[in-house]
Design a protein around this ligand. Structure first.
Ligand SMILES: C[S@@+](CC[C@H](N)C(=O)[O-])C[C@H]1O[C@@H](n2cnc3c(N)ncnc32)[C@H](O)[C@@H]1O
Length: 209
């Protein structure tokens, strides 16, 4: 799907990648996501999908843990950055509203600070559910959510529309998409900006029964 919205998102993140901003983002996001990733236990050869992967740092983590990782991003320049670090995971330029994968392909779906950029969030979650294996898990972290006042102005800053959901709103959307064992939790980090300790990232999770 190449809509005006996804082209605008790709343009913004192409510029970020060309300016080298992917690295700082990966460092900050890595700190927030580490406790969640460390709880995931991909078995050898489990398939791991990183949605809105940026420079694919999380997919590389999964690969190092033994999984077969694929990173999806709509921004070609982010994927070019991802290609620079070897061994690179599988890299696919696509929108998470239209994933070029067969049904039930992935044991783990991960996304850091990306899903709320979807033009059609329900379609993105439906796609995540479709490509999850039976028993597969979705783990998404977002910093732009109702309950984190520090992120309120981000759409104006970036010039891109975003979905601002409450924790309950995220749970409802995952449930609607078909996920079970749905929940949310704040993941607070003692490092970085003060809101990371006070409010933290919102971990949104669910399973495909
Ligand atoms: C804030 S960055 C986070 C990148 C990476 N997950 C990280 O933690 O460093 C958001 C990423 O999501 C990607 N993105 C946004 N909307 C997307 C969509 N509809 N489909 C695929 N990727 C998307 C952007 O291109 C960007 O690389």
């Amino acid at each position: 799907m190449s809509t005006e919205h996804s082209q605008e998102v790709a343009r913004v993140f192409d510029e970020w990648a060309q300016a080298g901003r992917d690295e700082g983002m990966a460092d900050r996001h890595g700190l927030s996501a580490r406790p969640v990733l460390e709880e995931l236990t991909p078995a050898a050869d489990d398939r791991f999908l990183d949605l809105g992967a940026g420079n694919a740092w999380a997919a590389r983590w999964a690969q190092a843990a033994g999984a077969r990782a694929v990173a999806v991003d709509v921004s070609p320049e982010m994927l070019a950055r991802a290609r620079e670090a070897q061994p690179a995971p599988g890299l696919v330029q696509a929108s998470f509203e239209r994933l070029p994968f067969a049904d039930r392909s992935f044991a783990f779906l991960f996304s850091m600070e990306a899903l709320y950029y979807a033009e059609d969030l329900d379609q993105a979650l439906a796609e995540a559910f479709r490509v999850a294996e039976t028993g597969g898990e979705l783990h998404a972290l977002v910093d732009y959510y109702e309950g984190n006042p520090a992120s309120e102005g981000w759409p104006d800053k970036t010039g891109v529309d975003m979905h601002r959901l409450s924790p309950e709103g995220w749970e409802a959307r995952l449930t609607e998409a078909g996920f079970t064992d749905v929940g949310t939790a704040r993941v607070r980090s003692g490092e970085g900006e003060s809101w990371r300790a006070e409010h933290g990232s919102l971990h949104v999770y669910g399973r495909k029964a």
